[in-house]
Design a protein around this ligand. Structure first.
Ligand code: AMP
Length: 419
């Protein structure tokens, strides 16, 4: 877990601004969910054989003895909230977006922290593949709009429970015959979660899976048509995609579409991919029913904000920075200090950014700060001016000073800033 210091904030503000703008433009409404949920929400949704559940959850017991966990992701919480608040009576589809921190106890490394931030969208209530395409389009637009170009979408379909069962059997049959060549972890996954062997990063497992049966070749008719239509929509949108049979995602609740966003940066010289995904998502048509709601199809994506910021920095993306103040307010003496607080507020209310150093007493040190900040005008309020109801306005470039009536100072400053 780490601190995000002020100098990094412009990147974060840009990421939040762009993602929220895209979400609202596409008709999504914000939800804020608790950081902590009952542990069994995640174990039931994400699946007990997954890395997140087996190794990465921050789980603890409350004083009341309830087992709870810090959220490792948002989708399960969104599905819980959808059911709990009876959102099934709302016009379909229900479109929700969220942003906040997630927690996974993984080995910390660049692009992988124990506390990280996600932004995501979920569209709930419809199963047409046009929604899968639109969800991918939104994630892609956000990344692109942040100045991260050369992004590719890796996409696949892992089918529905019916066709996945057949595929899983075929895969296990194939992998059993190669069991000796798999890493220890994958040997274990053969029993618990064989699909996850497909995205193991070990060289020997990568070799084994080259000839493994692929899920997209074993889809039932419905899933095949769904996938084919999704790809047609992506072509129509001009979104570059790549079929990726190794894409299984680490969560059990997915059905049919799964996808991840990758930037072209970040692969090493040998071309071997060690890239981190910028985001990912998929369809989860069974999840809401499995959690006790009505049968409700849904699809969504989550972006890793930390990784977007890393990528923006690598690419040297220019971010919007707040403008520096052009006015400094200096004061001398206790009475003037009191008046200065009021004057500062009048200027601030008029939308004028003012720098100050109220903690200091000496005019010399305040003028030094004003000079360092490079302001155009310094307003000086001494004992005499405070009593007279005036303010000295000093032009920093020429050194000229004027005495202005305190009641007119806001207008005078505005005039000056326009010049
Ligand atoms: P996932 O649901 O695991 O696919 O996560 C969605 C996105 O969140 C990923 O594509 C990453 O961009 C980001 N993410 C996941 N885990 C981490 C982590 N430990 N540190 C930083 N970002 C992460």
């Amino acid at each position: 877990m780490r601190d995000i210091l002020p100098q990094e904030q412009p990147y974060w503000q840009q990421v939040r601004r762009v993602s929220e703008k895209v979400a609202t433009d596409f008709g999504y409404q914000r939800v804020d969910l608790p950081l902590v949920e009952f542990t069994n929400l995640f174990t039931r949704s994400i699946g007990s054989g997954t890395d997140i559940i087996e190794k990465e959850m921050y789980s603890f017991s409350t004083k009341g003895g309830e087992r709870v966990s810090l959220r490792p992701e948002f989708t399960a919480g969104v599905a819980r909230a959808y059911i709990q608040h009876g959102m099934h009576i709302l016009p379909r589809p229900v479109k929700l977006y969220y942003t906040g921190s997630c927690y996974r106890y993984d080995r910390p490394q660049e692009g992988r922290w124990r506390e990280f931030y996600q932004f995501g969208c979920e569209v709930i209530g419809e199963q047409n593949p046009v929604l899968d395409a639109q969800i991918i389009q939104m994630g892609w637009r956000i990344i692109h709009q942040l100045g991260i170009r050369n992004v590719k979408v890796h996409v696949s379909s892992i089918g529905c429970p019916a066709c996945r069962k057949n595929y899983r059997n075929l895969l296990v049959h194939y992998l059993e015959s190669k069991k000796q060549k798999l890493c220890i972890d994958c040997k274990r996954k053969l029993d618990t979660n064989p699909l996850r062997i497909l995205d193991c990063k070990e060289d020997k497992c990568i070799q084994v899976r080259t000839n493994a049966p692929q899920s997209i070749d074993h889809l039932c008719d419905e899933c095949r048509i769904h996938f084919k239509e999704l790809l047609e929509y992506l072509e129509e949108l001009g979104i570059p995609f790549e079929l990726d049979s190794a894409l299984v995602r680490g969560l059990d609740y997915y059905t049919k579409t799964v996808f991840e966003f990758f930037s072209a940066l970040g692969s090493d010289d040998s071309g071997k991919s060690k890239r981190n995904a910028l985001g990912g998502g998929g369809r989860y048509d069974q999840l809401i029913k499995m959690l006790g709601g009505e049968d409700t199809p849904a699809v969504g994506f989550g972006l890793g904000l930390d990784r977007l910021v890393i990528e923006m920095k690598k690419l040297g993306v220019r971010v919007h920075k707040e403008p520096n103040p052009r006015i400094f307010l200096a004061q001398l003496g206790n009475f003037a200090k009191r008046k200065s607080l009021r004057l500062f507020e009048s200027l601030e209310r008029a939308g004028i950014m003012v720098a100050e150093s109220f903690g200091r007493g000496s005019l010399k040190s305040q003028m030094k700060i004003a000079g360092r900040l490079g302001v155009e005008v310094t307003l000086i309020l001494g004992q005499k001016e405070a009593l007279d109801g005036t303010v000295i306005m000093k032009d920093m470039a020429s050194g000229n000073q004027e005495i202005i009536d305190a009641g007119k100072i806001v207008d005078e400053v505005k005039k000056r800033l326009k010049k």
